[in-house]
Design a protein. Structure first.
Ligand code: SAH
Ligand code: SF4
Length: 428
């Protein structure tokens, strides 16, 4: 989501305000930092980075520095207390006001702070997104009302608001006209997307996927991140109806233990999750699944953790993300005793990550010998003589190609080797 927001600010400053992007901070007139506060570590990085830029400002006093995103939303004026050389503070919902904040900072000595949540206003003021390749993000909803006990998102991004379906479809059409072949619908809780007043779980997203799949030239649809609680049967059914919807689903479960899920206020049980996956597999056998996990949540016993490991084996997750619990401001879990020791958290994280990695390797090796439909996304990062493509389950495949004309196209690749972080393929 932050990547999407950053690109949109870049588009806005470039298109309507004549800015150019530079990769050299010392050349910049304005430096913006988009921030994440999901875990404490991400938040601390913000102040380290700002410390580096403070030196640049000494050399070039007219340089303006802005901080946006969830740390800005959470900390507001405190950003200025900790880093008084910052000129602009903006939130995730006020990215469209950055040009005005910048203009004011040129004439005003006081820092400009704007961290309101003005619903979907930002989308009315942002230019149509530029595309940088065949795959694009499209934000369809923002915010979250779930208040999982550990999570800052409802506090920093505000409550769920969905964009107008007509506007989203227009944005998708515009991207396809610019050569995009794959869209990734984005939202903190993407399947809570609502079209109008309809309350049926998952129906809004299901219909959006159905309608987007009819757009000529759009061949692949993804969405992220979905929540098991909002995954109604309507959305499950789409896997049986829409071939453009990828055979890969990222569906965070966080824990395999019902008592921890309850303490986390996830609104589903382990059994609900298993049942949901089996219904999805009923519509789309062979779908690849990934997830997010938190280890060391307050009260997590060895037994609870074993249940998480067991769920990983039972579902056969591929390429998941796992994190140590990090206490966050304003969240309910702050009231719980953070009773799993840091060493225990580390130990659990590494055993979970080993298991996840092993599973991912097994799946990669199983892909050797198959032919995969892949979207060619660009030049290989390792070898400029090769191109890079992505499989439906989001794996990178590097392959030899004589020209770059395939970039942006779907091709069939025979998978010939599985490496730890990528696959090797040859054109089928
Ligand atoms: N809306 C999505 C996830 C958004 S946050 C969902 O509900 O599944 C992305 C991930 O960050 C979460 O899935 C969770 O695994 C992790 N996360 C969020 N808050 C955290 C915290 N306080 N400590 C550790 N990990 C956290
Ligand atoms: Fe955070 Fe996701 Fe829970 Fe919302 S549903 S509170 S974003 S973890």
């Amino acid at each position: 989501m932050n990547e999407y927001d950053s690109n949109r600010v870049g588009d806005l400053l470039g298109e309507s305000h004549g800015f150019e992007i530079t990769s050299k901070p010392e050349e910049a007139d304005l430096i913006l930092l988009n921030t994440c506060s999901i875990r404490e570590k991400a938040q601390e990085k913000v102040f380290h980075e700002l410390g580096r830029w403070k030196k640049l400002k000494k050399l070039k006093p007219e340089l303006k520095i802005g901080v946006g995103g969830c740390v800005a939303s959470q900390e507001g004026k405190n950003i200025i207390s900790r880093a008084p050389f910052v000129d602009i503070v903006f939130g995730p919902q006020t990215i469209h006001r950055v040009p005005d904040l910048y203009q004011s900072s040129l004439v005003n000595c006081n820092p400009g702070i704007d961290i309101e949540f003005p619903k979907t206003e930002k989308f009315d003021y942002l230019p149509s997104p530029s595309s940088k390749g065949p795959s694009a993000f499209v934000s369809i909803m923002e915010g979250c009302n779930k208040y999982c006990t550990y999570c800052v998102v409802p506090h920093t991004r505000g409550h769920e608001v969905s964009r107008d379906k007509k506007d989203i479809l227009e944005e998708v059409r515009a991207l396809v006209d610019k050569g995009v072949r794959e869209v990734n619908f984005l939202g903190q809780n993407v399947n809570a997307y609502r079209d109008g007043k309809d309350k049926t779980k998952g129906l809004g997203l299901a219909n959006l996927i159905r309608e987007s799949s009819e757009i000529e030239g759009l061949d692949r649809i993804r969405f992220t991140t979905s929540h098991p609680f909002e995954f109604g049967q309507e959305l499950v059914n789409v896997y049986g109806e829409v071939p453009e919807l990828v055979s890969h689903l990222h569906l965070p479960v966080q824990s395999g233990s019902n008592s921890i899920l309850k303490l986390m206020r996830r609104r589903h049980t382990r059994e609900d999750y298993i049942d949901l996956i089996s219904r999805i597999k009923g519509k789309r056998p062979g779908i690849s699944l990934s997830s997010d996990f938190i280890v060391g949540f307050p009260g997590e016993t060895e037994e609870d953790f074993m249940l998480t490991l067991d769920l990983v084996d039972q579902i056969g997750f591929d390429e998941s993300y796992s994190f140590m619990y990090s206490p966050r401001p304003n969240t309910t879990a702050l009231e719980f005793e953070d009773d799993v020791s840091p060493d225990k958290k580390k130990e659990r994280l590494s055993s979970l990550q080993n298991k996840i990695k092993n599973n991912a390797n097994i799946i990669s090796r199983r892909m050797v010998g198959t032919t995969e439909s892949c979207l060619v996304t660009g030049v290989s990062k390792k070898d400029p003589g090769q191109l890079q493509a992505r499989t439906e389950n989001n794996r990178v495949v590097n392959f030899n190609a004589s020209s770059h004309s395939m970039i942006g196209e779907f091709i069939n690749l025979d998978i010939v080797e599985a490496l730890p972080n990528s696959l090797r393929g040859v054109i089928a």
